[in-house]
Design a protein around this ligand. Structure first.
Ligand code: SF4
Length: 343
């Protein structure tokens, strides 16, 4: 009989599993702690469980969903790119970045991606499959074990479109946030989407507590459709209309991500329009100068980037402007560079 993965079970599922097999429900909480608080990578590590339960778990479940294939270290920053292999041989990447007292981990939610954003190396790979909640969580657990510094922030901005794997992504964020699980603050978890409108609506309706980032990247539908083809289906105005319902507060503002591409979306008119959208929403604007992936796009020169940012600052009434000079450029670990095509 093929063993099931136990990593990814939430507490309710563990309770059902225990009760159905005549083990006391409080054992479920112990298993939950072992997996998510202590990061156990072997069922036999759970040394306060009775022998019959250990035997049952060992016979029916596996716990490790990923193996580390390779770790690349940046020479310029404290950034590592980790290549993981799933149990069915698929490759995914995660990035761990330490800067001052922040340890941010960027995780993948799918093997590949079919959204096909033209500035993104993952998009070029095509889509293979969704990651399970256990595989999403395991990236964080294994990076926790690799590094001395505790993880302070998790961003769902690695390979894949998180909202096309909505249930597993939200389930994993819930385990991350749960005080009995990994106990990470809700404002330290950010989920990014290229604009999957029905899921943005669901996310807002469900009042999910995690930060939401929208990969906007253009101020006109003509340009956005060119670089993010799903814009044809769900355009800028539809997304902004939906974001009007986002329950923004000081600690949790929606983030508009804007990758600056030379001669595509970097004009002064674009900056004016972007600040107009941002003032409407009460949000953060994150400007990301493009990172080279060897295609037709390039990064604007520094003067153009500075002019763009200057306009955003000048118009800033109801938003904040951030600039993300990406980490890990020398190991292709920066935004939009993750790909396992040539591993
Ligand atoms: S930017 Fe995100 S949604 Fe777009 S292709 Fe890349 S991984 Fe997919």
């Amino acid at each position: 009989m093929r063993q099931k993965q136990i990593k990814g079970f939430n507490l309710d599922e563990l309770i059902v599993m225990c009760e159905e097999n005549n083990f006391s429900a409080f054992r479920a909480k112990q298993i939950y702690h072992w997996m998510y608080r202590h990061g156990a990578l072997d069922i036999l590590d759970m040394n306060n469980l009775p022998d019959d339960l250990l035997k049952y778990l060992k016979n029916n479940f596996t716990i490790k969903t990923l193996e580390i294939e390779r770790i690349q270290n940046s020479n310029t920053e404290d950034t590592k790119k980790i290549l993981f292999k799933t149990t069915d041989g698929k490759l995914i990447e995660s990035v761990s970045m330490i800067d001052k007292n922040l340890h941010t981990v960027c995780i993948s939610s799918q093997v590949g991606c079919n959204v096909d954003c033209k500035f993104c190396a993952t998009g070029i790979m095509g889509f293979t499959r969704n990651l399970s909640c256990g595989e999403i969580i395991d990236q964080i657990i294994q990076i926790t074990n690799l590094r001395e510094e505790a993880i302070t922030n998790v961003v769902y901005m690695g390979m894949g479109e998180p909202f096309l794997n909505y249930n597993e992504v939200i389930k994993s964020a819930n385990i991350l946030h749960d005080p009995n699980g990994m106990n990470l603050g809700k404002n330290r978890i950010t989920i990014s989407t290229s604009g999957i409108l029905p899921k943005i609506k669901q996310y807002i309706d469900e009042r999910q507590p995690y930060k939401l980032a929208i990969s906007l990247n253009a101020t006109t539908d003509a340009i956005r459709t060119k670089i993010i083809p799903i814009n044809k289906k769900w355009n800028i105005e539809m997304i902004l209309n939906e974001l009007d319902h986002y329950p923004s507060d000081k600690k949790n503002m929606v983030m508009l991500e804007y990758v600056l591409l030379k001669d595509i979306n970097d004009s002064k008119e674009d900056a004016e329009k972007l600040s107009f959208y941002a003032n409407r929403l009460h949000c953060k604007v994150n400007i990301i100068p493009f990172n080279d992936i060897g295609n037709q796009y390039s990064r604007p020169d520094d003067d153009t980037i500075n002019d763009f940012i200057h306009i955003l600052h000048k118009n800033q009434e109801n938003y904040q402007t951030l600039v993300r000079w990406s980490k890990g450029l020398d190991i292709d670990a920066a935004c939009g560079q993750l790909s396992t095509v040539s591993q």
